[in-house]
Design a protein. Structure first.
Length: 131
């Protein structure tokens, strides 16, 4: 599957001062399913549903917002420690095209439909402080 270029250039807003990351984790959003713009209310409801799903599974989560490099487009999501397979399933459940998978400093975009991956470079170089 072809990963849209925007996914490969995404930068991430994190809570200020947060630098302790697990060895591997996923970043999942519920905003704009299959890249179709949704209303703010629809996106917020989907985001809350994803958060509740993580909470019910007792999976620790951290707010991570994926953004265009100029920060003009933002999609709040969650950094979660779970297996890549479970993260892809969860992304698919929320009708997402892909998730981000971080191992060490490497970030990959993983397509939710077929599990194909595309390297996106250094994770730490994509971190921006949350305003």
């Amino acid at each position: 599957m072809v990963i849209p270029q925007e996914y490969l250039t995404t930068v991430f807003l994190l809570p200020g001062g947060f630098t302790a990351f697990p060895e591997s984790f996923a970043i999942i959003t519920a905003w704009n399913p299959m890249d179709r713009p949704a209303t703010r209310k629809e996106n917020e409801l989907a985001d809350e549903s994803l958060r509740r799903s993580l909470e019910l599974r007792q999976i620790p989560y951290l707010r991570v917002t994926g953004c265009s490099p100029d920060l003009s487009h933002r999609e709040p999501g969650w950094g979660v420690r779970m297996s890549k397979e479970d993260a892809v399933k969860l992304g698919k459940r929320f009708d997402q095209r892909a998730i981000w998978w971080v191992t060490g400093d490497d970030v990959k975009v993983v397509h939710c439909e077929d599990g194909s991956e595309e390297a996106a470079g250094s994770f730490r170089s994509r971190i921006r402080p949350m305003p």
